[in-house]
Design a protein around this ligand. Sequence first.
Ligand code: NDP
Length: 339
Amino acid sequence: NKQVILNDYVTGFPKESDLKITTGSIKLKVPESSKDTVLLKNLYISCDPYLRLRMSKPDRPSVFAFFKPGSPLDGYGVAKVLDSTHPNYKKGDLVWGFNGWEEYSLITSPQLLIKIQHTDVPLSYYTGILGMPGMTAYAGLYEVSAPKKGEYVFVSAASGAVGQLVGQFAKLAGCYVVGSAGSKQKVDLLKNKLGFDDAFNYKEEPDLDAALKRCFPEGIDIYFENVGGKMLNAVLLNMRVHGRIAVCGMVSQYNLEKPEGVNNLMQIVGKRIRMEGFAAGDYYHLYPKFLELVIPAIKEGKIVYVEDIAEGLENAPAALVGLFSGRNVGKQLVVVAQE
Ligand code: NDP
């Protein structure tokens, strides 16, 4: 059983050498004595920025479980059930949810696995648009931000797993949408493939406030926050009265031992801004409703999804680390095995 192991706790930017590939053995059968256990053959694993937070020393408050050095990573993925003593899962079922960064996983808490019902779309989509990132975009935009037709929406890390969907959902809601991303290729993607009204490369904008004023002369109604730091500080200056900030994540801060200060927070008071953090996991009860919206939209070509697919567990460390330099173009995932 090939696995991706954490070598040691990570400080600062993660490196490929913080992870290593090992091979162990596993019995491809659920022990008969174990109840409610599922054996998975992992097909895809999902590279997500929050995994970095789990690689730190467990000396800070966190809602996520920390990884243990010497143990494999775990996270979202797509898998096939090989064997099961759980009544809800049987051999041959396809599932998405929590699995290990390994070829085969023995899962003793299968409540974190969702059975895949629609297989006439790419299976890899269950790491992205039809999985956790999709639910994140949907919940953060529709539930937390409540967009109205004609509103001005700004999305950071806009070409990524979550951002590309936030922009497309906001367009479906009749909003004016601008995204920021870290390369010309990504900006072109946003404008030409993902239907954003405008986009800019934040790495080439020495003055983020000026870039936002250029894109939003009337100000921003909704900011979908993915990056934090300097971008959040500049956005606060450009929010409109009664604006909403859905705080999804702050990827620019995950590798800093001391997070950057944000000194424009007083804007929240004068402009009566509502700034709200949220977690996709709180909204999974909406998953069936979400699928009803998204599956037809995919089939009709109303929503597109860009993936960045690495081949093989050996390439998983580079794929994960690449999230923090913006190497990924679209949703980063790793193919572990064919079905
Ligand atoms: P992405 O696919 O967007 O990948 C991460 C991207 O972040 C990179 O491609 C890069 O794009 C950008 N980035 C990396 N470092 C920086 C930096 N220092 N400053 C600005 N941008 C940077 O990831 P996801 O779509 O999966 O995640 C986006 C955000 O959503 C993250 O903050 C994540 O933690 C959060 N999240 C929150 C969830 C929730 O339930 N609240 C669930 C899932 C994700 P670029 O080239 O544009 O810089």
